[in-house]
Ligand binder design. Structure first.
Ligand code: PEP
Ligand code: MN
Length: 339
């Protein structure tokens, strides 16, 4: 439920409404817009129902509107203005499109430093790299774990790039949050509710990837778990869904971008690397993602893709990444944004 204040409502009137809501045991989220203030109300539905009439009669209130969608805190009705997520010195969700780039996995000191230096020089805003790797086969490289996190922190020291890396399990969130600037929740874990709650309690932004078979409603409800614990710094990531053609590894659902931008205030990131699974298609889909309105990109870049321990076939070389960055700039400019 949201309480829409009249355009001329004063601060005391807003406070009186907030006090009334809190006295009923509910919580509020205040959005101050250009012409009016909107107060989101969260909590037990029955209490909201009882409160509704008295709120409608409170001075300064224009109307009280129920949110019909199953997701509340993430919905644009609840928070009309775009959320900007601060990631170190970068911001995701504003005019500047944030490119997060780096290898699928952290493999060695030399590898992550070469990748970090390369993506930094090409203009990336955030360094990515997996230390805990969700691999389809138990026989594949599983990641360097805490040593990988240490190497990421070293690469951040050196380049100034903030770091995003995955926590695969609730028990890893605290450790990952200690080293990283953003906690990634992988596609396979999108509906791991224990992990989502733990990420909601972490004092770090979260990059939540869409499950390969998840609807957008399921993605938004997964994000709702994180916001419901008090962490509003969440980015959603489209990374491809299960399709039926073999030309690409997944089917990158770019229509998710405008749909999500309409339904939610949270920033939307696109990962064309996992979305296509083939490095040749990464650049065209990255350009299309920016044109479609994505707030950020997640791109796998490896100093030696042919010898990568994971996702080599979809990784760009540093040179190809630099070329992509150059081609993204005019596309961003054409839609009034920058890199
Ligand atoms: C990744 O970003 O390296 C990753 C494992 O992605 P996803 O969870 O989308 O498969
Ligand atoms: Mn990968």
């Amino acid at each position: 439920m949201i309480v829409v204040m009249e355009p001329g409502a004063g601060e005391e009137q807003v406070q009186a409404v907030v006090d009334r809501i809190k006295a009923a045991g509910l919580n509020t989220h205040i959005s101050v817009g250009v012409s009016r203030t909107v107060i989101g109300v969260v909590g037990d539905d029955r209490t909201k129902h009882v409160l509704r009439e008295s709120l409608e009669r409170t001075p300064g209130v224009e109307r009280v509107v129920a949110i019909l969608q199953p997701f509340k805190l993430v919905s644009r009705e609840f928070i009309p203005l775009d959320t900007t997520v601060a990631v170190g010195p970068a911001a995701v969700g504003g005019a500047r499109i944030a490119v997060m780039a780096g290898p699928c996995s952290v493999e060695s000191r030399e590898q992550i430093i070469a990748a970090a230096d390369g993506v930094k020089a090409a203009g990336a805003a955030v360094l990515r790299g997996g230390a805990f790797k969700p691999r389809t086969s138990p026989y594949s490289f599983q990641g360097l774990e805490e040593e990988g996190l240490r190497l990421l922190a070293e690469a951040r020291e050196r380049t100034g790039l903030p770091v995003v890396t995955e926590a695969m399990d609730a028990s890893q969130v605290e450790l990952v949050a200690r080293y990283a600037d953003v906690v990634q929740i992988g596609a396979r874990n999108m509906q791991n509710y224990v992990l989502l709650r733990e990420a909601g309690r972490a004092k770090r932004p979260v990059l939540l990837k869409r499950g390969p078979s998840a609807t957008l409603e399921e993605l938004l409800l997964a994000a709702e778990y994180i916001l419901n614990e008090g962490n509003y710094q969440v980015m959603l990531c489209e990374r491809g869904i299960r399709g039926f053609n073999g030309h690409t590894r997944y089917t990158l659902d770019l229509s998710a971008v405008p749909v999500l931008k309409r339904l939610t205030h949270l920033p939307v990131v696109v990962d064309p690397s996992h979305g296509t699974g083939k490095w040749r298609y990464v650049a065209p889909m990255a350009l299309a993602a920016v044109a479609a309105g994505a707030d950020g990109l997640l791109i796998e870049v490896h100093p030696d893709p042919a010898n990568a321990l994971s996702d080599g076939p979809q990784s760009l070389s540093v040179e190809n990444f630099a070329a992509l960055m150059a081609s993204l700039r005019p596309v961003a400019a054409a839609i009034g944004r920058e890199l």
